[in-house]
Design a protein. Structure first.
Lengths: 125, 227
């Protein structure tokens, strides 16, 4: 019972950060999503020691564990676009597949090359 | 059809598909792909419209914002590794995220797809909650954006580990980051099976790529779409 109250309270704290960030974004007409500002804000609050990790873990863990649940109701909206996909679905294949290959290979090669050169620098010292 | 029943249906399908996914560990059986397909098929045969589903959808997605904010927590817990190799990590993530977005948008554009699709394909490697927001900011559609996100997450999880190996990318940091940049949460879950460092790196990549792309999106995506 006590844990349940804690979880609800911690989710409320996360919601409060989200609410404030969304408000800031709207008030200042910032061109970023409120949830991204909220994420940056929470990271800053944690790094500054203003919010402790233990104050949030109980509420954050179930939300993160079931994050993909939230995408299901949104993805159901695809049913309104059925025609578009049956007509042009085949055209989507090339951009989606090629860009995924590009992401995997460029990120992998760039990071491996940069960390390798650092290791060699470290070794020569 | 009352909203309560539609919510119970969605939750039940999620729980069942999650069980199937955790049991098979097959990226093709990920809960979003499986549940969404089944729901759309049920709606198709029972004549339920998206309009009727909307009130339930709004209730179910109420906590998506706070859940996205919570992504800061794993990023914070991994800050030690992040700071150790800060430059290669940040540069690699931003380079990869930019390269994949640009490739997707340009290829979609030259394939003759509508501007709505081109704008929705741009955030396809970004974690879904933020891809939804980016698509709203740049003239795309959230549902189409989620479809591309899930396709990319699934495809990258299937081919990623073996493609990286065949390109001789063996460094665990590089493998984790590549999977996170490409396939966000799904890629993170996949590469976590190789080790904790790979998983942590993928989580870092997913968060940093989302932040980086949302910062450049409002200017870069419309520019690219109208090029």
């Amino acid at each position: 019972m006590q844990n349940l109250l804690k979880t609800v309270g911690q989710i409320f704290l996360l919601w409060l950060i989200y609410f404030i960030s969304t408000w800031i974004v709207e008030f200042f007409h910032l061109p970023i999503p409120g949830s991204v500002l909220g994420m940056l804000l929470l990271f800053a609050l944690l790094s500054g020691g203003i919010i402790k990790e233990q104050w949030l873990a109980l509420g954050a863990n179930p939300l993160l564990k079931h994050l993909s649940f939230f995408f299901i109701p949104i993805a159901v909206g695809l049913m309104e676009w059925g025609e578009l996909f049956t007509q042009k679905g085949h055209l989507l294949f090339l951009p989606l597949v090629m860009s995924a290959l590009v992401a995997l290979i460029t990120t992998g090669i760039v990071v491996q090359a940069l960390t390798k050169s650092r290791e060699q620098e470290g070794g020569s010292n | 059809m009352p909203t309560t029943i539609l919510i119970i249906l969605t939750v039940l399908l999620y729980l069942i598909s999650r069980k199937i996914f955790l049991h098979t560990k097959n990226p093709l059986f990920n809960p979003v792909l499986l549940s969404t397909t089944v729901i759309i098929i049920i709606f198709h045969y029972t004549g339920i419209t998206f309009e009727q589903y909307k009130p339930g959808k709004d209730i179910m997605t109420f906590l998506l914002g706070p859940a996205t904010v919570a992504l800061a927590l794993p990023l914070y817990l991994n800050r030690a590794v992040l700071l150790q190799v800060l430059f290669p990590i940040l540069f690699g993530i931003c380079f990869g995220a930019l390269a994949t977005l640009t490739t997707a948008v340009l290829l979609a554009k030259f394939s003759g797809l509508d501007a709505l699709i081109v704008a929705s394909i741009a955030p396809k490697s970004i974690t879904a909650p933020i891809a939804i927001e980016i698509s709203r900011l740049t003239g795309g559609d959230p549902a189409i954006a989620v479809a591309f996100v899930v396709f990319t997450g699934t495809f990258g999880s299937i081919i990623g580990p073996s493609l990286l190996s065949s390109c001789k990318i063996t460094n665990p940091i590089a493998r984790g980051l590549a999977m996170g940049v490409t396939s966000h949460g799904q890629g993170t879950a996949t590469i976590l099976q190789e080790g904790a460092l790979q998983g942590a790196m993928a989580g870092v990549a997913m968060a940093v790529a989302a932040i980086f792309i949302s910062l450049i999106a409002p200017l870069y995506i419309p520019w690219l779409v109208n090029l």
